[in-house]
Design a binder for this molecule. Structure first.
Ligand code: URA
Length: 272
């Protein structure tokens, strides 16, 4: 009897997971990955809901609480206007609770790489691996991105890597227009502060969000656009490319990605 009961539960759960219901969403996020006793190979893991790159470790607790309180009533644009460095902005994004995705995420994922880089790469949103580690593009798509960069003699230290969203959408679902619009000021402020010469918009979500155009990535990719964030800064050259996750699913599209990477290499050589 109890075996039959267990089998039924197992089958029901399997059916739910296969249908995509693989997240348990609660009002407050619970980090079930964190154990009381650190696991032996865990020295690199960040504590739950800590921003990547340890940018917040230098802020004392009262600063953090003050930030959290005020950031809950400020809009992203107002928050951005108070941040003049990537460190400040990353802490502010972590403290921001206006995007409900933070409730189901383990970590806030802001950036990786070099805030002084000439090349900025903007993806879509953290996936499962990124949510666990607190760093963007560390899963399979990230590994392909690393190989794509190596093909034009670059590595992560030559780029600043971020996303449109800073919390993983449950089950990796497509971000909603509201979530994208809510988070957009944060990526625009990153562009202003990093001030790169060239931007890669990786995938349709990133390209559509920052180019404000309705076309899909197949039409947008491979062309140069200009992104203006403020009157004070010169516009940035931006190219839309297929997302590395798409290239993993559709390897035949790597030919176009290769052409786009050559464009990036040429543009980097002629821009300061
Ligand atoms: N896909 C993205 O767009 N960003 C990541 O950080 C990881 C996967």
């Amino acid at each position: 009897m109890s075996n039959r009961f267990n089998n039924e539960i197992f089958e029901q759960l399997t059916w739910q997971v296969e249908s995509g219901a693989d997240e348990l969403i609660e009002e407050e996020s619970q980090n079930r990955l964190e154990t009381e006793t650190p696991l032996s190979d865990d020295s690199n893991r960040q504590p739950a809901n800590k921003v990547s790159n340890n940018v917040d470790s230098e802020l004392n607790i009262s600063e953090k609480i003050a930030q959290s309180n005020s950031y809950n009533i400020l809009t992203p644009n107002e928050i951005c206007s108070t941040c003049n460095s990537i460190k400040e902005l990353a802490s502010a994004i972590e403290a921001y609770k206006g995007c409900s995705l933070h409730r189901t995420a383990t970590n806030t994922v802001v950036f990786d790489g070099n805030p002084k880089a000439k090349l900025m790469i903007i993806g879509e949103a953290p996936g499962a691996e990124e949510d666990r580690s607190g760093r963007p593009f560390v899963g399979n798509a990230g590994k392909l991105l690393d190989r794509m960069l190596a093909a034009i003699d670059l590595n992560r230290n030559d780029c600043y890597i971020t996303n449109i969203l800073y919390w993983r959408p449950p089950g990796n679902r497509t971000p909603t227009t509201d979530e994208i619009n809510l988070c957009k000021p944060f990526v625009k402020r990153q562009i202003e502060i990093v001030d790169p010469s060239v931007i890669i918009l990786a995938g349709g979500i990133s390209a559509k969000a920052l180019l404000d155009r309705p076309e899909g990535i197949t039409r947008l990719r491979g062309k140069w656009y200009q992104i203006s964030t403020s009157a004070k800064l010169k516009p940035k050259y931006a190219i839309a490319m297929f997302h590395p996750a798409y290239l993993l699913r559709q390897p035949q599209a790597k030919r176009e990605a290769w052409e786009d990477l050559q464009e990036v290499r040429k543009k980097l050589a002629i821009t300061s």
